[in-house]
Design a protein around this ligand. Structure first.
Ligand SMILES: C[S@@+](CC[C@H](N)C(=O)[O-])C[C@H]1O[C@@H](n2cnc3c(N)ncnc32)[C@H](O)[C@@H]1O
Length: 383
């Protein structure tokens, strides 16, 4: 930080502020563990995609100044240095920065990489950067809301014409079959039976009647079992129709407000196989395309779509539907998806699907998607 109004001359003196206590407890605390960093590093589809995107674009990195936002173990900063960057600023809010510093020294990159501990929002750099690398994606892309911090870094530090790695992101939804829908329903029933015998015991042992809380317990359990998205590694065999891309971001131009605001987008899911549609699966991809002034010579795609060969630690977010939707090949599920941040914790998300099925025979009249009075609404949170 500035000392007497000036930036320190030695970049090893740079530092920012620690996250505030609530955000640390809600979000940052897990990232301080090497155990968690290891989990991300050994997701080779993820780490390999970044490695390829950086190393196959060495011409873009050669002699450039790079900023790694949320450096964690420092891996992306190390890749950038290996690709020939002149200087890399690796900014990490948590104590894992100390391990990153050790790794950088151990790999003899201390003259190129400066690890700076502090939140990117509070750090000052002695110069603007040509490139920003960051792995900021959470479940269903937006959980964790770390993109906010990347945009802060972009607006504060990226030179005009500079590029972000990744540069673009897309969100998808797909209709699927899922055995989990039934098992979660059974678990919900078991929880309610457990509650009934618990309230009996309370009356028998202590003479206290608790049945006035039956509805509240039911609501709580319903929210947990039926209205919370579940992590799953979905097999492509479960897909009952094609995925629909409902949102795209160009990270160079998207505004911070667009990311913060809730949004509603339309989707159309064409059913290919006769099946009860037991859930919607949500996933994302990111693209490494560089910027218009500094395009990547080798574009890379990191996809979290169902993939039998190689899944990622993000898996997919599965939104179970109670009851499932009966659909036939040629039918269409037409709907809107509304995504917002949870009021009590901006790192978590609220997802609402409002949808109806348009049978194949009715489709000529319903060519213009318009939700009807028969639409249903399903609420979920992503915890
Ligand atoms: C998903 S991890 C990625 C770590 C590493 N870049 C990698 O690819 O393995 C995100 C990291 O960003 C850090 N982080 C998140 N928000 C930050 C912020 N505003 N300022 C600095 N670091 C942040 C977290 O502590 C975490 O270590």
């Amino acid at each position: 930080m500035e000392q007497n109004g000036r930036l320190p001359e030695n970049s090893s003196d740079l530092k920012g502020d620690a996250p505030d206590a609530t955000d640390f407890a809600n979000y940052f605390c897990t990232y301080a563990f090497l155990f968690h960093q290891k989990e991300m590093l050994e997701d080779h589809k993820r780490t390999g995609a970044y490695y390829t995107a950086i190393m196959q674009n060495q011409a873009q990195f050669k002699d450039k100044v790079v900023l790694d936002v949320g450096a964690g173990s420092g891996i992306l900063a190390i890749f950038a240095a290996q690709a020939g960057a002149r200087k890399v600023y690796a900014v990490e809010a948590t104590d894992v920065a100390k391990h990153a510093r050790k790794l950088v020294q151990h790999n003899r990159l201390g003259s190129i990489i400066s690890v700076i501990q502090g939140t990117i929002e509070t750090v000052e750099l002695p110069e603007k950067v040509d490139l920003i690398v960051s792995e900021w994606m959470g479940y269903f892309l937006l959980r964790e809301s770390m993109l906010d911090s990347v945009l802060v870094a972009r607006d504060k530090f990226l030179k005009p014409g500079g590029a972000l790695y990744p540069s673009h992101a897309r969100l998808y939804v797909a209709p699927i079959r899922s055995n989990l829908t039934h098992s979660r329903q059974n678990e919900f029933r078991n929880a309610m039976e457990g509650w009934a015998s618990f309230t009996d015991d309370m009356q028998r042992y202590y003479g206290v009647r608790m049945d006035c809380l039956n509805d509240s317990f039911r609501d709580e359990q319903k929210q947990y079992y039926q209205q919370t998205a579940a992590w799953a590694d979905v097999s492509p065999n479960q897909l009952a129709g094609r995925p629909w891309c409902f949102k795209q971001y160009d990270l160079l131009t998207v505004t911070p407000q667009e990311i913060i605001d809730s949004f509603k987008e339309h989707f159309e899911l064409q059913i290919i196989e006769a099946a009860p549609i037991e859930a919607f699966a949500g996933f994302f991809d990111v693209q490494f395309k560089g910027s218009p002034e500094n395009p990547a010579s080798f574009e890379v795609l990191l996809s979290t779509a169902p993939d039998p060969q190689c899944s990622t630690h993000w898996g997919q977010q599965v939104f179970h539907l109670y009851p499932p939707i009966n659909a036939q090949p040629g039918d269409r599920i037409s709907g809107d998806i509304n995504i917002s941040r949870k009021k009590e914790n901006h790192r978590l998300m609220q997802v609402v699907f409002q949808h109806c099925i348009i049978p194949r025979q009715q489709q000529p009249q319903a060519a213009t998607p318009k939700l009807q009075s028969t639409e249903r609404v399903d609420f979920f949170s992503i915890e």
